[in-house]
Design a protein around this ligand. Structure first.
Ligand code: AHM
Ligand code: MG
Length: 335
């Protein structure tokens, strides 16, 4: 009916954050403002992506190689800059650290009062950019601890439990924002005509088990025998289905809704795998644990890994409790 439709249309993201915190304290206002800024970045990137094919010079490579040794796409740079410009004006964030920048980006004018750091992967699934497939952005907010006078951001090298908020934006047929401030996981869908993220689902819970396994099987002979054994098990057992898009945010969103497991294990060439801890694995682990799932490296909970450096990678096995436990049992058997 009319009233319930109106109620549904009116739960915006910033209102939801304040409702969750049940307070108008300074911290609650900050968090609400931070989430609104992230939403703004999501709207700008979403708009750009939806028109990318119509504009000259938006797709393709820049010709540069980033700190990770990966070729940089023009959209990586664009999205990275969107977050910077959005937070420059926020007054809240002193540092931004992303996949695309070797060192954090400082906003000195925000530093005396700005007590937060934004960690983010501006475009997740870069190989999907030029083919109109789903993409994502991943984010986490941490409180600044210490002065960081040497610009090394050593205070960021701490456990995942130091995250005060985390989530992702999925740019698919619609744009969806999923976030947690440690009080459950909630999803919002962008209504482009309103320019607002509107609440879609509150307190999302991952099923204990799902049929999906999501992994790049092209790496089969690069993996440890334990992972190969797990995949062989899945192949000969009824009821499993493979889904892998090349953009983890989409694959993990599917798992969040339907259950299952996503894996990016270490390989012979890259024992730590590909996924970066501070702005990919840790935020996703925070979210998935909040939704009743699990995230491990294989031998340790992702949330317990203390990073040694900003761009550190970890193997990642994430999803439904039972499915993660099954992979873990194969790893333990081969240890
Ligand atoms: P990116 O942030 O540089 O795009 O890397 C992360 C992405 C994930 O989204 C995706 O699951 C994975 O890399 C795909 O890598 P691969 O092509 O090795 O399977
Ligand atoms: Mg990424």
């Amino acid at each position: 009916d009319y009233e319930s439709a109106l109620g549904r249309d009116c739960t915006t993201l910033s209102r939801h954050v304040l409702q969750q915190l049940q307070s108008f304290s300074a911290d609650a206002q900050d968090l609400s403002a931070l989430m609104s800024r992230i939403a703004l970045a999501g709207k700008l990137i979403s708009r750009h992506l939806s028109r990318a094919g119509l504009m000259e010079g938006v797709l393709g490579f820049t010709g540069d190689v980033n700190v990770q040794g990966e070729s940089v796409k023009k959209l990586d740079v664009y999205a990275n800059d969107v977050f910077i410009s959005v937070f420059k004006q926020s007054g809240l964030v002193c540092r931004l650290a992303s996949e695309e920048m070797e060192k954090p980006y400082y906003i000195p004018e925000n530093c005396p009062i700005g007590r937060y750091t934004l960690l983010y992967d501006p475009i997740d699934g870069s190989s999907n950019t030029d083919i109109n497939m789903s993409l994502g952005s991943i984010f986490a907010i941490r409180q600044q601890e210490g002065n960081d006078l040497d610009g090394e951001a050593k205070d960021l090298l701490q456990l995942g439990s130091k995250q005060i908020a985390a989530g992702y934006i999925l740019y698919g047929p619609s744009t969806i924002l999923v976030y947690s401030i440690g009080k459950g996981v909630h999803s919002f869908t962008l209504d482009p005509s309103l320019g607002e993220f509107i609440l879609s689902e509150e307190n999302i819970q991952l099923p204990q088990h799902g049929s999906v396994y999501s992994v790049n099987e092209g790496n089969f002979w690069q993996w440890d025998e334990s992972i190969r054994e797990y995949i062989r098990y899945v192949h000969r057992t009824e009821g499993y289905t493979a889904r892998y898009s090349g953009a983890m945010v989409g694959d993990i969103h599917r798992i969040l809704v339907q259950g299952g497991v996503f894996l990016y294990p270490g390989t012979v060439k890259k024992p730590e795998g590909k996924i970066r801890l501070l702005y990919e694995s840790a935020p996703l682990a925070f979210l998935v644990e909040q939704a009743g799932g699990r995230a491990i490296t294989g031998t340790q909970d992702i949330m317990d890994v203390v990073p040694e450096k900003l761009h550190q990678r970890t193997p990642l096995i994430i999803g439904s409790k039972d499915d993660v436990a099954l992979v873990e049992s194969f790893i333990q058997r081969h240890a």
